[in-house]
Design a protein around this ligand. Structure first.
Ligand code: NDP
Length: 477
């Protein structure tokens, strides 16, 4: 497998301005369509993308080195579920709804409309180069907006495939989904040209995106990094807990924000859990096998960061099984199991984003909750136990935006679930009703219906008898 190169180029400021203007113009046409019309058009666009998915999968594989099955099931399969959910629910969420009025407003009608914001800036990372940009752009367009998409410099060609495949359907106004390739400056240009920004990436970059948005009073949704813990109770279902740990930690070569980044196991279950995980990792097929289960790193600095974390763990007394460099130039590393992990090791506290499963023994799950909550991140966590009440209790204690109970991080594919973190892992949510509504602004409507040509009694001049009645009506005795 060859080493990747980022084929990125920067647009001139004139090209940027022209693209931003074209997107805005497309948005003005698009927002005139009804929610149902948009959902119908976007459903058809999706059908065309699905029919051409082999092309996209080839590009994704070249840019990221993912196994074909993973590219298809995770990137396209999850997107398919999102399309299904959001098109079916768009009218319910985005449609006009009537609002409460007091009884003495019986001659008036209150309602709330959801208006598109205009242009949504989507700044995306490299780990899910199709799913994240597509899913966010799809929701933004469903809500009536145009999209400026700034992909990672490492996955520009996947984004360009998406842009061109969408355009070639001829079903959407030209320029409605526009890719802005480039590096940080392109991201900044997208913030400047958008009405709302949805940023997915590291916490450090997220801070600067938020600061730039704040200076322009622009809303910014931040989906940032995490250090998801998995807490395995002594009573956990053993096969599922071990298989789920391996799948959660090694899917996408560990480059998943909600992947398993560290495992805390209650002492009585530790040995059996480790044994099962070890056997499952040993059975994985690695590249260059054509049917490999795991892929390579996407982003070269990530390779060195993970190797450095493993070295730090070894130095501090952990037993590292696996983790060998298979092909440094090709960014290939064997998955690593880090046993006897401890909280002074970077692998237990800093985001790893690689094929590593650190396992730490704890006396009680509550101890693991305290460790998990002590860090800056709060994206996701999972609890593994056969006691539902205990799971609910532990879930309540964990300071995270998403919880799995005997379930790894599959939340993203379910559009019904708001997706996002707390603390340094993010601000606001994508997905769910609130994620779709975030791409709109509320317009509150209050209409006086009858009698049309009569002032309301509480208008001027203020009559003391009316004031007395009003006091009673308003609950001001
Ligand atoms: P980065 O923060 O490095 O980059 C994210 C995006 O921001 C890229 O497109 C990048 O462009 C762009 N960018 C860089 N600098 C700026 C800037 N100053 N202004 C605007 N845009 C800028 O993250 P990665 O791409 O390395 O992604 C990995 C991170 O993403 C991990 O921390 C992971 O946890 C997180 N993540 C979070 C998810 C979530 O939903 N919470 C989901 C997936 C990943 P360029 O690539 O050209 O530098």
């Amino acid at each position: 497998m060859s080493a990747p190169t980022p084929p990125v180029w920067e647009l001139s400021s004139e090209e940027l301005a022209a693209k931003a203007a074209a997107a805005r113009k497309a948005g003005l046409t698009w927002r005139r369509s009804s929610v149902t019309q948009r959902a119908d058009a976007l459903r058809k666009v999706w059908a065309e993308l699905v029919a051409r998915r082999a092309e996209a999968i080839a590009v994704i594989r070249e840019e990221t080195g993912k196994p074909a099955g993973e590219a298809e099931l995770v990137e396209f399969g999850s997107a398919s579920l999102l399309v299904r959910y959001f098109t079916a629910n768009a009218e319910r969420v985005l449609g006009e709804r009537s609002a409460w009025t007091p009884w003495f407003f019986a001659n008036k009608r209150a309602s709330v409309r959801r208006l598109p914001r205009g242009v949504i800036g989507i700044i995306a990372p490299w780990n899910l180069p199709f799913l994240i940009p597509f899913g966010d752009a799809f929701c933004a367009m469903l809500a009536g907006n145009a999209v400026l998409l700034k992909p990672s410099e490492w996955t520009t060609r996947t984004a360009l495939w998406l842009e061109s495949a969408v355009a070639s359907t001829g079903l959407l106004p030209e320029g409605l989904l526009t890719v802005i390739p480039g590096r940080a400056a392109a991201g900044e240009a997208v913030i400047d040209a958008s009405d709302l920004v949805l940023f997915t990436g590291s916490t450090a970059t997220g801070r600067s995106v938020a600061a730039r948005g704040a200076a322009q009073l622009k809303p910014v949704i931040l989906e940032l990094g995490g250090k998801p813990p998995r807490i395995v109770g002594a009573d956990a279902p053993r096969e599922r807990a071990s298989a789920g740990a391996v799948w959660g930690a090694l899917s996408n070569n560990g480059q998943l924000c909600v992947g398993v980044e560290r495992v805390f196991v209650e002492a009585p279950a530790y040995d059996a859990f480790v044994e099962k995980v070890r056997a499952r990792v040993a059975a994985l097929r690695l590249p260059p096998a054509a049917d490999a289960d795991v892929g390579r790193f996407v982003f070269p600095p990530q390779f060195e960061r993970v190797q450095a974390q493993l070295e730090d763990a070894r130095r501090k007394g952990a037993l590292v099984i696996g983790g060998e460099v298979i092909d440094r130039a090709g960014l290939l590393m064997a998955p690593a199991l880090v046993l006897n992990a401890a909280m002074d090791m970077a692998v237990m506290t800093e985001e790893t984003f690689g094929p590593v499963i650190p396992v730490m023994k704890v006396d009680r799950a509550e101890e693991a909750v305290a460790f998990a909550n002590s860090g800056a991140h709060g994206l996701a966590a999972s609890v593994w136990t056969s006691d539902a009440e205990r799971a609910a209790r532990l879930a309540e204690l964990l300071e995270v935006g998403m919880i799995g109970v005997n379930e790894p991080g599959t939340h993203y594919a379910l559009g019904s679930l708001p997706f996002g973190g707390v603390k340094s892992s993010g601000l606001w949510r994508r997905h769910g009703d609130e994620g779709l509504l975030a791409f709109t602004q509320a317009q509150s409507l209050l209409e006086h219906e009858w009698p049309l040509d009569m002032p309301d009694p509480w208008w001027f001049p203020r009559d003391p008898r009316i004031v007395a009645i009003l006091r009673r009506l308003l609950g001001l005795p």
